[in-house]
Design a protein around this ligand. Structure first.
Ligand SMILES: Cc1ncc(COP(=O)(O)O)c(C=O)c1O
Length: 488
């Protein structure tokens, strides 16, 4: 019978002594002090060695028996288990002497980090889609979270009901009907729009298909499309958004080369990143083209509420007789991106497939958070907050317009159009946009520039920047712009 060379030191506050001893014995086995089937010291012997009592050692041994490291034989004592996977290689070699072989991963997908968004804190963050999270009524919302836990719907807390928490689906359905004229749709609650885009890419795309997008757009969406092997086809846009004739030509070209377009991805209300609203005539033209070629449209309506000049145009999904529009929206802008809740409103013919695929990824979205949002919406507090945020963002837009007019007079800004809505402005410079953004970054100021939004980077005129106004106070907008456009 062996003597084990172990020292079991227990921090009484943090770990019971028998656990510390069992851990020390396990380490002794792992590093080959005792090998498979070998007898261990008796409980009495080890208790004497470690100056503790026999019951503590027996508790430690019982723990190791439960974990499968050792066995006990009646009237014989304790033995290292015969079938430990580490043993064969350890028989003559302690663990420490094994060569450390770095594992070589064989990746099958591109994991390019270029679209990872940063949480770095900037002196002034002009990122275009960032809401002012400090405006969010956390204190009020806390009471709905409290209700979700104190009066839970036990059934819904289980697996199942992947499409979403029923009361939230009811609230979203009512809200879409009232505020966006969208009716007769199935609602699927997702982990933000990003999950919706990923699911759609997985079930509707393949390497022999392609996706038509505006020439400038939202790179995280493209990453979903290309993850399925599909190609992105950039469609020319002008001051009004995607040009329908260019879309039709691309559709025909792609059919000829054997990689047909299966989806059109659009941000029609506030084009990302230029913020222009796609006019009704173009919406109809694009819809007709899509319907003629049996192509679905993903309508990404990411910041619908924030429209200042008039009521926002009703989404394309509100007039969709063929059921080809997949409507996406998110709580990332009306709450904050970290809430990770969005939704799809889609035709019944597609919703089952979407829900089935979603179960592969994550079963469902956090039910307590869905519950809290449903209560918040039902109480009318959601729309109250929206009205408040819209008013503040409207003032910030007007303030940024005033400021940019000033820098235009100084010759630093060439032109800009006042956006009807959204959270950012698209601004033309008299100088290199890339250089300006780089210089600003060295001053801890974040600005996005044209090159970052183009499908085909070689098309960059290097003259445009996107300046978010929603996430900054008027004071910060003024100070930030002053730093960006400081006399050089
Ligand atoms: C065009 C566009 N779509 C969607 C989103 C929101 O995505 P998510 O709901 O995954 O946060 C954003 C956020 O910046 C966006 O700019």
């Amino acid at each position: 019978m062996k003597t084990l060379n172990i020292k079991a030191v227990s921090d009484e506050q943090k770990q019971a002594k028998y656990l510390a001893i069992s851990q020390a014995i396990r380490e002794a086995i792992k590093c080959g002090q005792v090998i498979s089937s070998e007898q261990l010291p008796s409980a009495r012997q080890l208790a004497e060695q470690l100056k503790t009592n026999r019951h503590t050692i027996m508790a430690a041994y019982n723990e190791l028996i439960a974990q499968g490291w050792i066995t006990s034989k009646q009237r014989k004592g304790y033995f290292v288990a015969a079938d430990l996977p580490v043993n064969s290689s350890l028989r003559n070699k302690p663990m420490e002497t094994l060569p450390a072989q770095p594992f070589r991963w064989k990746f099958t997908k591109n994991t390019d980090p270029s679209t990872i968004q940063t949480t770095a804190s900037y002196r002034y963050n002009f990122a275009g889609g960032t809401p002012d999270i400090s405006l969010f009524p956390f204190h009020e919302f806390k009471s709905y979270v409290g209700d979700a836990f104190s009066r839970p719907n036990i059934n819904e807390l289980n697996y199942g009901n992947t499409a979403g928490y029923t009361p939230l689906i009811t609230q979203v359905t009512q809200y879409l009907r009232r505020a966006r004229s969208i009716t007769n749709r199935e609602i699927v609650i997702t982990n933000g729009s990003q999950e919706a885009l990923y699911i759609l890419s997985q079930i509707l795309l393949s390497p022999i298909l392609s996706v038509a997008t505006e020439a400038m757009g939202y790179a995280p969406a493209w990453r979903c499309f290309t993850s399925s092997g599909a190609s992105i086809i950039s469609i020319k846009q002008d001051q009004q958004g995607m040009i329908p004739e260019a879309l039709e030509q691309a559709i025909e070209r792609q059919i000829q080369i054997g990689q047909p377009i299966a989806l059109v991805y659009l941000t029609p209300l506030h084009q990302y990143p230029t913020t222009v609203t796609l006019p009704v005539s173009r919406r109809h033209a694009i819809y007709r083209i899509a319907s003629k070629h049996n192509i679905a449209i993903i309508e990404d309506d990411y910041d619908h509420e924030y429209h200042y000049r008039c009521q926002p145009l009703a989404p394309i999904a509100s007039d969709d007789p063929s059921g080809l529009v997949i409507y996406l929206s998110t709580f990332s802008k009306v709450m904050f991106p970290g809430v990770r809740i969005g939704f799809m409103a889609l035709d019944k013919t597609l919703s089952d497939a979407v829900v089935n695929y979603k179960t592969i990824i994550n079963h469902k979205v956090s039910v307590p958070m869905q519950d809290a949002i449903a209560r918040w919406m039902q109480a009318g507090a959601f729309e109250r907050y929206l009205r408040k945020a819209t008013k503040i963002y409207h003032q910030r837009r007007d303030f940024m317009v005033q400021q940019l007019t000033h820098y235009q007079q100084l010759g630093r800004v060439k032109s800009f159009t006042i956006p009807d809505g959204g959270m950012a402005m698209w601004v033309e410079l008299n100088e290199s946009a890339e250089l300006l953004a780089k210089t600003a970054l060295s001053d801890a100021i974040f600005i996005q520039q044209e090159g970052q939004f183009l499908v085909d980077k070689t098309q960059s005129k290097d003259r445009f920047i996107r300046l978010g106004f929603a996430g900054l106070s008027t004071q910060d907008i003024a100070s930030g712009l002053k730093c960006i456009f400081k006399a050089r």
